[in-house]
Design a protein around this ligand. Sequence first.
Ligand code: SF4
Length: 649
Amino acid sequence: SIAAGVNITYKILYNDAVAMTGGQQVGERPEGHSVLQIAESLHAEGAKKVIVVTDEPEKYDGVKVPGDNVAIRHRDDLDEIQREFREIKGTTAIIYDQTCATEKRRRRKRGTAVDPAVRVVINELVCEGCGDCSVQSNCLSVEPLETEFGRKRTINQSTCNKDTSCLKGFCPSFITVEGGALKKKSKSKANSPFELGAMPEPVVPQLARDQVWGVVVAGVGGTGVITIGQLLGMAAHIEGKGIVTQDAAGLAQKGGATWSHALIGESQDAIRTTRVGTAAADLILAADPLVAVNAETLARMREGRTHVALNTHSTPTAAFVRNANWQNPQDDCASEIARAVGLDGVGAFDADAAANALMGDTLYANPMLLGYAWQKGWMPLDYASLMRAIELNNVAIENNKTAFEWGRRAAHDLASVQKLVSPGQVIEFKKRDTVESLVKRRVEFLTGYQNTAYAEQYKAFVDKVQKAEAAAVGKTVLTETVARYLFKLMAYKDEYEVARLHTDTAFLERVNGMFEGDFKLNYHLAPPIIAKKNAKGQLQKQKFGAGMLTGFRFLAKLKGLRGTALDIFGRTEERKTERALIGEYRASIEEVIAGLNAANHATALEIASLPEQIRGYGHVKERNLAAARTRWADLLAKWRNPAGERAAA
Ligand code: SF4
């Protein structure tokens, strides 16, 4: 393209490793093939401009770049660089320098790369569930967390890569924990599966001379799917059986669908393929339900032959990054698998919840699933060889053996394991929340937020809606909706409230319970009065040290100033809008209850739910509010003129 004078920008993604085949170095020369060598080649070829983008520009400090047309920039500038290159005639190139996430974790485990002593924690009370952190970081370790006050976000500490890109989400919910380490769950005697009494030995399938046992491990990259395939391979090898394993189709990437195929035969000659064929799986270790219902996996299943050991916990997919309201379809997945192999062919449990509760880390979910399948008698391998394979793997040997044993227990007596995972939940059915209990909790919250009078205003309004709804349609669902969303608007998170929530004792205890050793907390905030703005005019967050907690304690005490002439924070447009919204919402609901009937009840619910969309902070909230206002206007028009809509239809 340089010779032809083509107007083009190449994007070269440099991930620092040949990640799909085991993390070998890039390039054949002993010193590898570096980013700067690539930049130099492009420069020598005559590229008009070359920019290396990286999240660690400091590693290039003092490094001589090949020419004036080569530069190093932070990856945050990517959008700006692309716009710049759009205007340059001729060939340009962006080299994106970022080590493969899987490889990075591998190197950290081996001690060949620095493991940053920093963890991100989201205060779910402060979180508004806007999803901006998912969008900014594109990271699947930012997971949904369903709470009393709606869907929030949490960081999955087991899969987090510690690149802290989620901090770019525009909100004050994040704290970073520097130093210390995640507390390991103490393993009490009661938490040893080896001491819970004898278990029957399973009937291990015996292979006929030409028989091949097809196993597919289907899961999410970065969670040990490939390791399970390797363990099966090693165990078969120890027994002198024939074995072929292949990591198929998917990339071993963090968050990506990944498969590992293992073919086990009585002899090597019996195996004539490298992957489990169509309808030829005897066992699917379904480490993730969504990957298990992928066409690639479903095609291997056959009722009467295939057994599926299913981990019902599903990792949120990329869809969650784009859609904050995404619902995980894990139940639908289980039904689809049952349709494919029959009810008797599936054994399911939440291995992530079990691994987290019993082992302190969801990374043990896959060895648990392996133990589960073995105890069910779905694997033609002996216990001793599987244990030896775990030993030879030489990573967290005792923990992996314990996880395997927990899996066996789950297969043998699931209820007893579930009881340990979530005591009480096995036999208790959760009562449906009543309007009274829902309102009571919010009255308590608003009393803490401001005072009793403020909470009483809330309660009086909800009571009014309740009476009107009971009289008009004899239901409570509108009342519940108003109770949730009037609360959401009234508990708007200004500076005093964020301060109060960050000093919440339960939250601080949770953080202290998560970490051990010498650690300190940092806060990431963009106080409108002092924060700088970026090129788009958006406030930029800064890091504040542990002293901020004292500041928060002081600020939280000033909540009485909220809405008064002395409220300096209350003078911003954002705060004025938040206060006005409460009145606007109440006015709409007043209008709704004045004309409520069975025919328009559904529209009333839509109007009452509008604040659900008004999430986030600063420019994120502004954007969401603008969208909600459009919908608000449409719904009110529909409310006022329902016949008009029918006529238009
Ligand atoms: S408020 Fe939005 S950006 Fe902040 S943690 Fe919650 S979901 Fe992420």
